[in-house]
Design a protein around this ligand. Structure first.
Ligand code: AMP
Ligand code: MG
Length: 352
């Protein structure tokens, strides 16, 4: 396995040596697996046009074969090879949000193997803004199929330390680009009857989309439990996700003292509780000698998004008998944070 350290390197600098990324691009093109940074979370990538390479992703993650992958492109020519019949609204969304944390579901062409789309006639496509990701894709010369870098069910990887032991023996190359800028997976959108419909919330918010198109819908399933045989627009919605081993409970109130008091009251019933708390509230718990992890400032949703997957991964190291997680307001980026937390808590949610 080749390890490429680009953590403290500015790849825009003139003296940046591209040889390493060229090498990694060759691994992709010849059917290998590469763990690489993007602005959302780390990706576990393979040649998106090579069915046997893509199969390795499913095996490495233990991912269900009916959960399709996103194809990552570096330019518009690559898009035209894999998608067809792109509508005006879809073009407008692409122009507004690419490159960036935005995935659009489009009609696929026949070059896209069935295994990528889980047999659907649509394909999820994204153009990352992360410079390392972009160069890697253009060196590969093919779209890179990449789900989040984690074993299925676990929190997505947002830095190499969090996922090294989980994935290093399953990949041919690791590119370390430091911590992910956004920290949550991309917003996934499908245009249905001319209305952009959010299938997975992310950094690009409903407000951002409404500003561009004039309307937006949020799929009703982003906060609801789905039975395994229910038909949904985005198959990934069905799966247990992001969950630590310990039982987790999400608690939210707009009123901070109500929220803190509820968590203190609930914690009393356990011998070894852990609280994932905002910076503002954390001393209320540490004062009572409770174990805590700081998830960031209450009103800084960017900070909470960046921290949340690492915090969920730390839970397993502390092995508590229960975890209480302070929620945030379901607005803007808060929608995406709460969508991930509700799943991490397997729908144990107390709203006051
Ligand atoms: P991940 O690869 O872990 O970032 O997850 C990708 C998400 O995009 C999953 O929720 C998939 O179900 C969803 N997705 C990918 N391709 C499609 C598609 N063609 N139609 C609907 N949802 C898709
Ligand atoms: Mg994932």
């Amino acid at each position: 396995m080749k390890y490429i350290d680009l953590k403290n390197i500015d790849i825009n600098e003139e003296n940046f040596n591209n040889q390493d990324l060229e090498f990694a691009g060759n691994i992709i093109r010849s059917g290998g697996l590469v763990l690489f940074p993007t602005e959302t979370v780390y990706g576990l990538g393979a040649n998106g046009l090579d069915a046997s390479a893509v199969k390795k992703i499913y095996l490495a993650k233990g991912r269900s074969s009916d959960n399709p992958l996103i194809l990552h492109v570096s330019d518009m020519d690559m898009l035209d090879k894999i998608a067809t019949n792109i509508s005006n609204i879809e073009h407008k969304l692409i122009d507004a949000f690419w490159p960036g944390p935005f995935t659009i579901i489009l009609n696929r062409t026949l070059v896209v193997p069935d295994i990528v789309t889980a047999g659907l006639d649509t394909v999820g496509i994204r153009m990352p803004s992360n410079k390392i990701a972009n160069k890697l894709i253009s060196y590969a010369g093919v779209p890179i199929a990449a789900p989040s870098a984690n074993v299925s069910g676990k929190p997505s990887g947002t830095n190499i330390d969090d996922i090294f032991s989980e994935l290093s023996d399953k990949v041919d190359c690791i590119i370390d680009g430091g911590s992910s800028e956004v920290g949550l997976e991309s917003t996934v959108v499908r245009v249905v009857d001319n209305i952009p419909t959010i299938l997975r919330p992310g950094k690009i918010t409903p407000e951002d989309i409404r500003r561009v198109i004039g309307c937006v819908k949020i799929d009703e399933h982003i906060f609801s439990k789905i039975s395994s045989d229910e038909k949904v627009l985005s198959p990934g919605m069905k799966y247990r996700h992001y969950a630590p081993n310990s039982k987790c409970v999400l608690v939210y109130s707009e009123n901070s003292s109500l929220l803190v008091n509820k968590i203190l009251e609930l914690s009393n019933k356990y011998s070894n509780p852990l609280i994932l708390a905002t910076t503002e509230n954390i001393s209320s718990y540490t004062n009572k000698n409770l174990l805590t992890i700081n998830i960031g400032h209450k009103d800084n949703l960017d900070e909470i998004a960046q921290n949340i997957f690492t915090a969920l991964r730390q839970v397993d190291k502390l092995n508590p008998d229960i975890v209480f997680i302070e929620g945030v307001k379901q607005e803007g980026l808060g929608l995406a944070i709460m969508n991930r937390l509700i799943r991490a808590c397997e729908y144990n949610y107390i709203s006051l």
